[in-house]
Design a protein around this ligand. Structure first.
Ligand SMILES: NC(=O)c1ccc[n+]([C@@H]2O[C@H](COP(=O)([O-])OP(=O)(O)OC[C@H]3O[C@@H](n4cnc5c(N)ncnc54)[C@H](OP(=O)(O)O)[C@@H]3O)[C@@H](O)[C@H]2O)c1
Length: 327
């Protein structure tokens, strides 16, 4: 199934008929995916850590009757874990592992904990992965628009012979087969995701900051620098995705822009460092550093959050949004 693209027409939701699906966790991904699945006719039970957690009330507000994670797991034929990744192992061994029904399906939305061995599912359940490649609110919005978010699916363990059908039905029920989902391994999904986050998100965000800071230090008005550093990227990324990078550079941008992109763009990217980050990710070093940071209570992240929030770029962005809205 690796590299195969799965589409709506070839997949049926029948495999979930008369089956109960437990959504464990009701946050950024859990809530929107659950709402899509309910609209697709899937029978859901929502499992949440305790009545005092914010998710509990959110689920009630959406018309669900949440239960404990252990109760939801014990009732379900498919258990879909949508908890934040770092607390997953402790919650899994406390409430999920011993309550899984034999021959049920255990689904993840990220392969991190299984790949690195923090969660070792029992041998008598299917183990699958489905990840829509976008933020939860976009998953929901696209579903409501009749479209979907491209996704990745994987089967790690198939004890019933229909684990692939189960995960495909899951993907279909949130709209991800309307636009296609690709088959990957748990390792590819996890390390690919971690690599993308470091190089692409990390790189682009710091490039935007460097553009803003350098222009402001060089005497440009902050609002102008902000528009250059962030706003100008918004539309061109969509166009490049729609028509291709080469078509965009050659025929949609100006010749000056084309010359700038082709000649000086590569000077900005340190390809050796991109490769180093890829290698570190494959060796599990990024995962180990992140788990250590989490276990210490995320001190570096808290410090960096404070510095980021107080930056001139953030203040300028807030003023921009107030004055110009989406413009
Ligand atoms: N965020 C994304 O865009 C995205 C994209 C693709 C895949 N994923 C994957 O989707 C999964 C869920 O991520 P998410 O971003 O949706 O997570 P999240 O919103 O940060 O948290 C999801 C749920 O985890 C619960 N939770 C957190 N700590 C807990 C604890 N100590 N005890 C009990 N419950 C706890 C939260 O409950 P409360 O709300 O009550 O605190 C919430 O219901 C992860 O595997 C992630 O890698 C996320």
């Amino acid at each position: 199934m690796e590299n195969q693209i799965f589409l709506d027409d070839a997949v049926s939701l029948d495999v979930l008929k008369n089956k109960k699906v437990a959504i464990i966790g009701y946050g950024i991904q859990g809530r929107p995916q659950a709402l899509c699945m309910r609209d697709s006719g899937v029978d859901l039970v929502i499992g949440i850590g305790s009545e005092t957690r914010p998710s509990w009330q959110a689920a009630i507000d959406d018309g669900f009757t949440p239960v404990s994670i252990a109760e939801a797991t014990a009732a379900a034929d498919l258990v879909y874990i949508l908890l934040a990744d770092p607390p997953q192992p402790a919650i899994y061994y406390d409430s999920i592992h011993d309550n899984l029904k034999p021959n049920s399906t255990l689904a993840f939305c990220h392969g991190f904990n299984v790949l690195y061995g923090a969660i070792k599912p029992p041998k008598n359940v299917n183990v699958v992965l489905f990840v829509p490649n976008g933020p939860g609110h976009t998953v929901r919005q696209k579903y409501l628009d009749g479209s979907g978010i491209y996704g990745a699916i994987s089967v790690e363990q198939d004890v019933t012979g229909n684990a692939l059908d189960m995960v495909l039905a899951l993907a279909k029920s949130v709209g991800s087969l309307r636009v296609g989902s690709v088959g990957v391994t748990f390792q590819q999904e996890t390390e690919g995701d971690n690599f993308e986050e470091q190089v692409l998100y990390g790189g682009v965000i710091h490039l935007m900051k460097a553009t803003f800071d350098t222009m402001v230090a060089g005497g440009y008005p902050p609002h102008f620098a902000y528009a250059k550093a962030i706003r100008s990227l918004r539309t061109v990324v969509d166009v490049m995705d729609e028509i291709g990078i080469e078509e965009y550079i050659s025929n949609r941008s100006s010749r000056t822009c084309e010359f700038a992109v082709r000649t000086n763009g590569p000077r900005v990217v340190n390809y050796d460092e991109v490769q180093n980050i890829f290698d570190e990710t494959e060796r599990g070093e990024f995962a180990a550093r992140w788990m250590q940071e989490w276990e210490l209570g995320m001190p570096r992240l808290h410090r960096m959050r404070r510095t980021g929030a107080e930056s001139l770029m953030e203040q300028t962005g807030a003023e921009w949004r107030e004055k110009f809205g989406e413009g």
